[in-house]
Design a protein around this ligand. Structure first.
Ligand code: R1P
Ligand code: MN
Ligand code: MN
Length: 403
């Protein structure tokens, strides 16, 4: 028994979801979406939106079997990928009726979501009067701004001036089961924003809205407004014991890196590292030295999703992938003999696709520490089963171990 490291590359899907036609970006079904495959194609074709020429270079991830996984999931031969693997590779299919972050992570952790999430109607205003009233009461304001479907960076551009004048919070949603609240860290106050989220979260969780998300920003009208690292998700608790609970219950430590703490409402978490993706990779390097035998290190790298996928920026996405590829190569060099490293994702967010929302896709399952072999098409819950099997702790959920 040694340590298990699970890294979720947020939104790095590989296409091929059999039920993609039942999920949408605006009125466009997610059929054919393929985050990794389409980025690789755009890079190889030197398409202008990638701002580059030459293929996507991911020697470490492709060496583990990423190109093979894309082909397995979707049938697409991703240009520049497909080297002879030196790791184990497969593709996982999601079954829950949601393509959001908590749904993906919970299912990877062994717990598919047994309910339909509440999504707000695509109306203007999008929130029912009782929620608007609760938001005003929690904020102590006469009203709220936004109250519609929006991309988080755009709505700040559109509403920040009014926010600075009135002090009203900017409340918005998306096709995900979320209620997001953007507010200026000084004008509105960061702690006040968190308190507002905390106050309305129980009411929203009760109606099966997955998350209330604080989206603080700074800046002014002259120099522009930017979101800060102080985002905080107030999420419903997973409906059953997860991989994290199983590992912690067996007396091992669970080290959460990045959004994992928020996604699991800190349940089953012993230590937490936060920061931007570069800081999170630093934390992983540190944990490669510090994590104890039998521990689980569970990381989420969110910037693929938040900075590039939702912004439909294939160029930024490609750069971020190449950056993380190098960092994962260095991390592998720090692991101990016998450690397991699993690399996967929670959903897609194809930056070449219609809309600005997640895309329903299969995800890669790449392993360092399970020998060289094809793992085939598996299910999200098999990730949890594989980790509990590897660590020798009781299973969480109904998955099958890939070992
Ligand atoms: O556009 P921003 O605010 O980044 O929002 C995105 O982030 C939310 C939570 O991850 C998603 O529901 C998506 O809408
Ligand atoms: Mn996600
Ligand atoms: Mn997202």
């Amino acid at each position: 028994m040694t340590r298990a490291f699970v890294i979720v590359l947020d939104s790095v899907g590989i296409g091929g979801a059999p039920d993609a036609d039942r999920f949408f970006n605006g009125s466009t079904p997610d059929t054919g979406a393929n985050t990794l495959g389409h980025i690789a194609q755009a890079c190889a074709a030197g398409r202008a939106e990638t701002g580059r020429s030459g293929p996507l270079r991911l020697p470490v991830l492709d060496g583990l079997g990423l190109g093979r996984a894309v082909a397995l999931a979707s049938g697409l031969e991703a240009p520049g990928l497909g080297a002879e693997p030196t790791g184990a590779w497969g593709a996982a299919t999601e079954h829950s009726a949601g393509k959001d972050t908590p749904t993906g992570h919970w299912e990877l952790a062994g717990v598919p979501v047994p309910w339909d999430w509440h999504v707000f109607p695509k109306a203007d205003p999008c929130f029912p009067p009782e929620i608007t009233r609760a938001l005003c009461e929690a904020a102590g304001t006469e009203g709220i701004l936004g109250n519609r479907y929006a991309s988080g960076t755009l709505i700040i551009e559109e509403e920040a001036a009014a926010h600075m004048r009135s002090g009203w919070p900017i409340c918005y949603t998306s096709v995900d089961s979320v209620l997001q609240i953007a507010a200026h860290e000084e004008r509105f106050g960061l702690e006040r924003l968190y308190a507002m989220c905390r106050a309305v979260a129980p009411m929203l969780h009760e109606m099966k809205v997955g998350r209330v998300i604080a989206r603080p920003f700074v800046g002014d009208e002259a120099s522009g407004f930017t979101r800060t690292q102080n985002r905080k998700d107030f999420a419903i608790e997973p409906p059953a014991p997860t991989l994290l609970d199983a590992v912690q219950g067996a007396g091992r430590q669970v080290h959460a890196v990045g959004k994992i703490g928020d996604i699991f409402s800190m349940r089953g978490v012993d230590t937490l590292a936060k920061g931007d993706d570069a800081a999170l990779m630093d934390a992983l390097d540190r944990l490669a030295g510090e994590a104890g035998e039998g521990d689980l290190v569970f990381a989420n790298l969110v910037e693929f999703d938040s900075l590039w996928g939702h912004r439909r920026d294939p160029s930024g996405y490609a750069r971020a992938l190449e950056w993380v590829d190098g960092r994962i190569g260095a991390l592998i060099g720090r692991l101990r003999e016998g450690d397991l490293l699993l690399i996967t994702a929670d959903h897609g967010n194809d930056p070449t696709f219609a809309g600005t929302d997640h895309t329903r896709e299969r995800v890669p399952v790449l392993a360092h520490g399970l020998g060289v072999r094809e793992l085939g098409i598996c299910d999200f819950v098999d990730v949890a089963a594989t980790v509990t099997d590897f660590l020798g702790v009781p299973a969480a959920g109904q998955g099958h171990s890939l070992i």
